[in-house]
Each structure stands twice: as structure tokens, then as C-alpha cells.
Design a protein around this ligand. Sequence first.
Ligand SMILES: Cc1cc2nc3c(=O)[nH]c(=O)nc-3n(C[C@H](O)[C@H](O)[C@H](O)COP(=O)(O)OP(=O)(O)OC[C@H]3O[C@@H](n4cnc5c(N)ncnc54)[C@H](O)[C@@H]3O)c2cc1C
Length: 230
Amino acid sequence: MANVVLLTWTYDPEKIIALSAKTCYSPGFPSDMWYQDLNEGEFISKLKNMGHMTPFEHASFTFSLEGVSRVLLAQLTRHRIASFSVQSQRYVKYESSMDNYVVPDIPNELKEDFLDSCDVIYALYNEYVNCLMQDWGYSEKEAIENARYLLPGAMKTNLTVTMNARELMHFFELRCCNRAQKEIRDLAWKMLSLLQLKFPQIFEDCGPTCLTSKCKEGKMACGKPYKKEI
Ligand SMILES: Cc1cc2nc3c(=O)[nH]c(=O)nc-3n(C[C@H](O)[C@H](O)[C@H](O)COP(=O)(O)OP(=O)(O)OC[C@H]3O[C@@H](n4cnc5c(N)ncnc54)[C@H](O)[C@@H]3O)c2cc1C
């Protein structure tokens, strides 16, 4: 299971959201309003009800995502309004096969076999790195960046990701949904729960549409909607 750490965020995110919204409706200067009581909680829920979402773009949140698969990475980076810094398979060599793979959502009986298959691929990767360096004169970096084409999607990686609150809300709608694959779904729920603990006014009513409004999946609906805890 990936480790998810909420590293840092825009200073006073509730206030900057309220302030940027108030800028639209007030004759005053934002720099003066910053020092006033902005009644952030009420403002934030009003904005959500009105669908006035641009103020939520002023607050950003940065996570460390540790031990996610390259498969998850490909899905996560489809979310374009985010910033990513990812551990490089060009510069970082996997020094051993130990604990380097994310095992997918398969029956327990198959997991050992899956890991054995990954080990076979890892051994080939290592062989290629050595061959390219020793027999063909490649530098270590050149050898690694070429041999990595062999590596499986299960390989673990680490990244730093920053998203603004509006993008996070959209991300949670899509990726907390049961239609999303389990690894990214578990990740999205972890990120959401960390944010809900710290910033409930912004994130309390986020998640898949079955929970927040009405499922949009139509014929593709999972048939097991989340239920609100009472
Ligand atoms: C269950 C599931 C299955 C999927 N299956 C596939 C699949 O089979 N094949 C596949 O290729 N992808 C698939 N995806 C990925 C999906 O197509 C999106 O790429 C991904 O979910 C990112 O969503 P987004 O584009 O809405 O979000 P973001 O990139 O995070 O953008 C957020 C929002 O900003 C706006 N926006 C961003 N960029 C633009 C732009 N260039 N022009 C106009 N508006 C923009 C849009 O309103 C968008 O919704 C799947 C996703 C899910 C959740």
C-alpha cells in the first residue's frame, strides 16, 4: 500500500479562497480585505452551491506519494492541471528486486507467482544494464535508461504532486469512484481523508458523485454506490 503524506499547502487556504471570491463582489482592495474577518466557512459553501469554482484554484496542496506503481503514475499524470516530479528510471537504478513491485488486485494464490515473474524481468533488466556497460561501453546512466524499457508497470516509484483545490475535487470525483482501478482509488481516498482532516470546510463534501450528488456513470455504473455515514 502506498504511503501518502500531505507535505505542504497554500498559507491559509480557506482565507485565500474566500478572499479571491470576495474580490469579485467587493469595491475594496484584496490587500485590505485580507485583514478582515471573511467568514470563510459560509463563503466556501456558498461558492460550491453557486458553482463558482475559480476561487478554489488559488489554494494548492502538495503530497509525497511513495511506493506507487508506474501503472498508477500513467493514470495520475492524465490529470493535466497538476504538477509532478517523479523519481526517474533514467537516473535511479533499482538496486535489488526486493520490495520494488506493487502487486495488483489479484487473488492471493496468484500473488507469489506474480512477484516471481517480476523477479525474472528484474534479472533480465540487470543483465542488460551489465551487458550494455561491460560489452558495449555504455555509461551507467545510458545503460539504465535503455534497459528500463524492459521493466514492468508494477515497478514502484515516488513522486511529489501538487494540485489546486478545484483540480483535487475533480480528481476525487473520478478516482474515488468504484470505476477507477483499485490502486489509484485507494490513493485518492487516502489523499481525500488527509485533506478532510485538515481542511474540512474545503473538502468535506468531495468524493465520487454517488456520494456527493448522483452517479454519472450511466450503463457503466458499478451497482454498489457509496453510502453516506449518518
Ligand atoms: C474509470 C476511468 C476509466 C478511464 N479509461 C480511459 C481509457 O480507456 N483511455 C484513456 O485514454 N483514458 C482513460 N481514462 C482517463 C480519462 O480519459 C482522463 O484522461 C482522466 O480521467 C483525466 O480527466 P480530465 O481530463 O477530466 O482531468 P484533468 O486533466 O485533470 O482536467 C480537469 C478538467 O479541466 C478541463 N480541461 C483540462 N484540459 C483541457 C483541455 N485541453 N481542453 C479543455 N478542457 C480541459 C476539463 O474540464 C477537465 O475535466 C479513464 C479515467 C477513468 C476515471
